[in-house]
Write a protein that binds this ligand. Structure first.
Ligand SMILES: NC(=O)C1=CN([C@@H]2O[C@H](COP(=O)(O)OP(=O)(O)OC[C@H]3O[C@@H](n4cnc5c(N)ncnc54)[C@H](O)[C@@H]3O)[C@@H](O)[C@H]2O)C=CC1
Ligand SMILES: O=C(O)CCC(=O)C(=O)O
Length: 420
């Protein structure tokens, strides 16, 4: 099935990025097949007796893409209409992301076709635990380690951890993104936003552009988008527009991000940014994407920058907070128009990097200070960015092309070292 938002099939785009990268690194057809296909895909029924007494049946998924560099790793998404195409592409993305930032994992993704906002807390807990019980034989600290993603949070990770530990003994390293009081790491919640702000600052610096005063539009104001807004505002950027699924807010001289975040926390998850009592004009998601800004950050869903709106995009730099927000057709147009795009596998890799730190802390049973987490996050992302920057400049590649060359090379090498 294609993504209902734009007719976008993310799997096809990913295949084309990979095919080109594999050609550049001299991989043969067999290696190409091995790296494109999933290792394992499972789908199962999740029956739930709702609090009103009715029976509902949900579908759970987990796609494990590749594991030659370490256990499968990737988030859990709760969202209506999720399907194989999305999970296959998102699982594959994780393989390239973990390889690019050089952390010892492969890639996976999964979740439940459901709308978490329509479930009661008890229903959500029961469904989450049932999901983990079904996944039980396939996950574990040295097999596959889930984490939060769209529609899921640290509370859901706590339930997954508890469900797994019921049958396997206490095992915090089975899931990352847990609450701090339950083996979570300092800095994981904000890690994706922190990482993206760091990468954005380095890219701007490398291109001789000031971040101080730069105008920014961010689509998505969930975990990722809200922290991006906070960190970029702290670095002196002017966040002029933000949005969520119901619409957005615009203020030409900069939104008051501190106040926005505080109001959103006070109002609760189900309240839209458009309903908050903060200063700003209303704006649609489509308008936000085509604003005349220095930096555009799609941080919600796949395929929002596509063939039909790419010509109207006026941003000078695009930084992908979401996974696969740019279709491959749009990516080509941005390349032709000379608009740089910082790809998801670099821009949003801060989250999985701190998940790695959480996993390592859980295995050590030793908590690191926030300062240590932040320093190591910065060092890891800086190394990845420098490699991408150098490879892109040397071979005249886009940042995405360079990132895929580096990542596929590492995975191919791991396969060869292990042997077949
Ligand atoms: N949470 C994490 O650590 C990481 C998340 N990501 C990716 O970042 C993106 C956002 O994830 P989270 O912030 O964690 O999810 P979230 O569930 O916390 O927030 C999602 C946000 O996107 C908005 N949204 C949903 N559909 C939309 C649409 N059609 N148009 C406009 N806005 C829409 C929601 O209203 C919400 O504001 C996803 O693509 C996810 O895969 C990537 C790396 C790590
Ligand atoms: O933290 C993790 O392990 C996974 C994060 C994730 O799903 C992503 O980077 O898309």
């Amino acid at each position: 099935m294609v993504n209902p938002t734009s007719g976008y099939n993310p799997q096809q785009c990913l295949e084309s990025y990979l095919a080109r990268a594999l050609q550049r690194i001299g991989a043969n057809e067999e290696m190409n097949h091995l790296l494109q296909a999933s290792y394992r895909e499972i789908k199962f029924e999740l029956p739930l007796v709702r609090e009103n007494g009715s029976l509902a049946v949900f579908h759970g998924y987990r796609v494990q893409h590749h594991r030659s560099r370490g256990p499968f790793k990737g988030g859990i998404r709760y969202r209506p209409h999720v399907d194989w195409e999305q999970f296959r592409a998102l699982a594959s993305i994780m393989t390239w992301k973990t390889a690019l930032v050089d952390i010892p994992f492969g890639g996976a993704k999964g979740g439940i076709d459901c709308d978490p906002n329509t479930l009661t807390p008890l229903e959500l807990e029961t469904l989450s635990k049932r999901f983990m019980i079904k996944l039980g034989p396939l996950v574990g600290p040295d097999r596959d380690i889930p984490a939060p993603g769209m529609g899921t949070d640290e509370q859901i990770m706590a339930w997954l951890y508890d469900a797994y530990s019921q049958g396997h003994g206490d095992e915090p390293a089975v899931v990352t993104g847990k609450p701090l009081g339950l083996g979570g790491s300092y800095g994981r919640t904000e890690a994706t936003g922190r990482g993206l702000a760091l990468v954005t600052a380095w890219v701007m610096q490398a291109r001789g552009l000031p971040l101080e005063g730069a105008t920014v539009a961010i689509q998505g104001f969930g975990n990722v988008g809200s922290h991006i807004a906070r960190f970029l505002a702290e670095k002196g950027a002017k966040v002029v527009a933000i949005s969520d699924i119901r619409g957005g807010l615009y203020k030409g001289d900069g939104l008051d991000i501190k106040n926005l975040i505080a109001s959103k926390i006070a109002a609760g998850k189900s309240v839209s940014v458009t309903e908050l009592d903060v200063k700003g004009e209303s704006i649609s998601n489509e308008e936000l994407l085509t604003l005349d800004v220095d930096i555009l950050i799609p941080a919600a869903i796949e395929g929002v920058l596509h063939e039909s709106n790419v010509d109207q995009v006026k941003a000078r730099l695009i930084v992908e907070g979401a996974n696969l927000p740019t279709t491959c057709g749009a990516a080509e147009v941005f390349k032709d128009r000379g608009i740089p795009v910082v790809p998801d596998i670099l821009a949003n890799a801060g989250g999985v990097t701190v998940s790695y730190f959480e996993w390592a802390q859980n295995l050590q049973r030793y908590r690191w200070e926030l300062e240590t987490v932040d320093q190591r996050l910065e060092r890891t992302l800086k190394k990845a960015w420098e490699k991408v920057r150098k490879r892109a400049a040397e071979d005249n590649l886009s940042y995405r092309e360079a990132a895929y060359v580096i990542a596929t090379k590492r995975v191919k090498r791991a396969i060869e070292l292990r042997g077949f």
